[in-house]
Write a protein that binds this ligand. Structure first.
Ligand code: SF4
Ligand code: SF4
Ligand code: SF4
Length: 263
């Protein structure tokens, strides 16, 4: 499709990494209107329509995993089945209908209940800005009698969580992120996997009042579905106008929420 110079100049103001996509979408939309040459006016009207379309959401939830499954050497967990299960729960809990009723208007992308999952603590899929976030962890335990004091674990740990004492390695649980690297490197099995599962975080979001998700608890894979259901039941109970979980947490207070979720 041909573009007038003024429209082309305006297109150049759009960041390069989305410019091609924007151009394609605009041309697709304008061709349905019979436009042959894009003027600035056409472009601006198409932009308005497309932005409105992009902001609307068909579903009231979104589930995103990282690229780790079956392909990343850092992956600790393998969550294909769990991700499907999570989607089934969100569907069965009627989150879309629930939000439509609460929002009392068109459902927008920022209303969605978002679940993010990464297969390791690197958290590539921006899980910390989702409502229900998980990342895979492998937490080490120590068999000090087997330690040969080679020091490889201390060198490997990027978090400086391991100190080699005369009684063998000491792991600072506050610093350990559960990447499992020290377990893999230990030549004597003095470090072994004491727990494999997920760290769960709640209430991350962007928007006007951004908030990083707060660590809630550790969970084994088989525990995650019932914990998600518990959080959803809480989210529904305290939700007034379709607000995000993070906004509810800010209103009620994290300590109280932790207590309520224990019940
Ligand atoms: S979060 Fe971990 S497993 Fe997933 S893609 Fe990133 S590094 Fe790989
Ligand atoms: S699991 Fe990772 S972060 Fe934790 S002590 Fe081992 S190497 Fe360090
Ligand atoms: S890597 Fe294993 S054997 Fe070497 S110091 Fe650490 S715990 Fe001990």
């Amino acid at each position: 499709m041909e573009w007038e110079r003024e429209a082309e100049e305006y297109l150049k103001k759009i960041p390069f990494f989305v410019r091609g996509k924007v151009k394609r979408e605009v041309e697709k939309y304008l061709s349905t209107k019979g436009v042959k040459k894009v003027t600035l006016e056409d472009f601006l009207s198409a932009k308005e329509v497309l932005l409105e379309k992009m902001s609307q959401a068909e579903k009231g939830y979104e589930v995103t995993g990282c690229f780790g499954v079956n392909s990343c050497p850092n992956a600790i967990t393998s969550s294909e089945i769990l991700l499907k299960k999570i989607e089934e729960i969100l569907e069965a809990e009627n989150i879309t209908e629930f939000l439509k009723e609460k929002v009392k208007g068109p459902l927008k992308a920022h209303h969605k209940f978002k679940v993010g999952l990464s297969e390791c603590p690197n958290a590539c899929s921006q899980i910390h800005i989702t409502d229900f976030a998980l990342h895979g962890v492998s937490l080490p335990e120590v068999n000090p009698k087997a330690c040969s004091f080679c020091g490889s674990c201390v060198e490997t740990c990027e978090e400086e969580a391991i100190t080699l004492t005369e009684n063998g390695p000491f792991i600072n649980a506050e610093k350990c992120v559960g990447c499992g690297a020290c377990i893999k490197i230990c030549p004597e099995d003095a470090l072994f996997e004491g727990f494999k599962g997920y760290k769960i975080y709640l209430g991350g979001k962007l928007g006007r009042h951004p908030r990083l998700a707060t660590f809630w608890r550790l969970a084994k894979e088989e525990e995650v579905p019932s914990l998600l259901k518990k959080v959803l039941s809480f989210y529904k109970k305290y939700n007034q106008k379709g607000e995000r979980l993070g906004a509810i947490i800010e209103k009620i207070g994290w300590e109280k929420i932790k207590y309520l979720l224990q019940e």
